[in-house]
Ligand binder design. Sequence first.
Ligand SMILES: [Zn+2]
Length: 177
Amino acid sequence: MNFFKHLATVRRHRKAVRKLCFKVGLIRQGLTHDLSKYSKAEFQPGVKYYQGYRSPQAKEREICGYSAAWLHHKGRNKHHFEYWTDFADGKKVYVDMPPQYFAEMVCDRVAASKIYLGAKYTNASPLEYFESKTDIQGMNRQTAERLKYYLTMIKDEGEEKTFKALKKYVKDSKKKK
Ligand SMILES: [Zn+2]
């Protein structure tokens, strides 16, 4: 049953993100990551378009032209760069993501790549996904550069070192305030 398969995917994803968020010192965010996936607006399409090897939203997009579940999700979850956009004076505004949500995004991307790629996952996978599938034009430039920097660090120097550096980045940014 896709209901249980989707439920298991969400749980596995949340658990993987939680583990990484804790490494970065983001306890509350680790515990509440992606809770909106349990809402009706996101869970029902998740079951209906269940795929296993990729996000159900990709399937929903193929069929409907867009994903209503994604619109619901990105509007509520600050760990997505798409949340941080506005429109002013006839132009799109891309806001630099606050450090704690930026770090949660890195955790999210690593966890999602691991779950969808399974045994094919390598330290290069999150960077490859960023370079081939992410709408970099739709992201604040500094955020994009920073994201590339940390994903490259994962590829070249591994997870442990990168999440330590991320933790420091979040901590230092709090001191500055
Ligand atoms: Zn999310």
